[in-house]
Each structure stands twice: as structure tokens, then as C-alpha cells.
Design a protein. Structure first.
Length: 167
């Protein structure tokens, strides 16, 4: 098992212990069937462990929904033509309505870090994590969650703290 597999198992178990967890978090079982050729291999590896994840304010799209969310890439290419060449990117999720884009070649996860500004008007597009695994371990299910979602009293953040995954 990888670190990501272990983290998902721990968080899944914690969510099963709470009757109200569906309000703020869920991690469905992984995919067992085939998917379309458009899904990058690094994201497909995650989908085989968990077919998406609802992590408080951060959502990682499951299959086939993720295929329908690629309009974020087209929009990003329209607003940021120098940084985003649509065939090179794949939208894997959002925080509220701001997309997380996976670079197909490098596997890096990029985002629009200007909080409080509609992402289409953000001044920056930056690398957030070197891989989807790092993104999930540090941001969606880890110690950097609150840097992306500012709700101090959120049940998801409380879950991460209860598991000693966040300060």
C-alpha cells in the first residue's frame, strides 16, 4: 500500500464512524471498470483507490463526472492562453468553484491562488503540488487543508484534526 492508500483508508474509517459525515466528506470505493482514454494515468491511479472524494470545501471529481468537468480547462485556456494549452491539462477537482488542474505530462497540480477573486480574473496560475498524491496528502486530506479552505469550524477540518492530520 502507498501513503495515499493508507491515508484514504484512515479517513474513510473515520467518516464511517459518524452518522453526519455525508454532509462534509465522503470517499467512495475505487473504480473497477474501464474508463475513457482521456483520463491521465496519474489520476486514474487515484480513481482506482477512490472514485473521487468530497473533502469539505475540496472536491476531487469521480468518473465519469470528471469528464464533464473539463470545461474548466477550456475556460482556463481562454483566460490564460500563455499558461494553459488545453490538451496539456486535466481538471481533477475544485475548491468551491476554483479548479485544480493536473498537467498531463508532469503530473503536477496547479491552481489559481488568489483567494476572494474569481479564478478567471486571478493574476496568478501556480504549481501547488508535484503530484496528485502530494495534493491529496497535503491539501485535501492533510496539514495544508486550511490554506485552501478558510472555514476554521468546518467538520472536515475537525475530522483531520481528530486524526492528527492537521494542527
Amino acid at each position: 500500500m502507498t501513503a495515499l492508500d493508507d491515508r484514504i483508508a484512515v479517513v474513510r474509517a473515520a467518516l464511517r464512524e459518524r452518522d453526519d459525515s455525508a454532509r462534509y466528506g465522503s470517499i467512495p470505493p475505487g473504480l473497477t471498470g474501464e474508463v475513457g482514454p482521456d483520463v491521465p494515468e496519474s489520476y486514474l491511479d487515484f480513481l482506482r483507490v477512490a472514485n473521487g472524494a468530497y473533502c469539505g470545501a475540496i472536491v476531487l471529481f469521480g468518473y465519469p463526472t470528471v469528464s464533464d468537468m473539463q470545461y474548466y480547462v477550456e475556460t482556463a485556456a481562454e483566460y490564460y492562453p500563455d499558461e494553459v494549452d488545453a490538451p496539456d491539462w486535466y481538471c481533477v477537482g475544485t475548491v468551491v468553484d476554483d479548479p485544480y488542474l493536473l498537467h498531463r505530462r508532469t503530473g503536477e497540480v496547479w491552481h489559481f491562488p488568489d483567494i476572494g477573486v474569481p479564478w478567471t480574473f486571478a493574476g496568478r496560475f501556480e504549481r501547488l503540488a508535484e503530484s496528485i498524491d502530494e495534493f491529496i496528502l497535503r491539501y485535501a486530506m492533510g496539514d495544508q487543508y486550511s490554506t485552501k479552505a478558510s472555514w476554521e469550524a468546518s467538520p472536515w477540518l475537525a475530522t483531520l484534526r481528530r486524526l492528527d492530520l492537521h494542527d
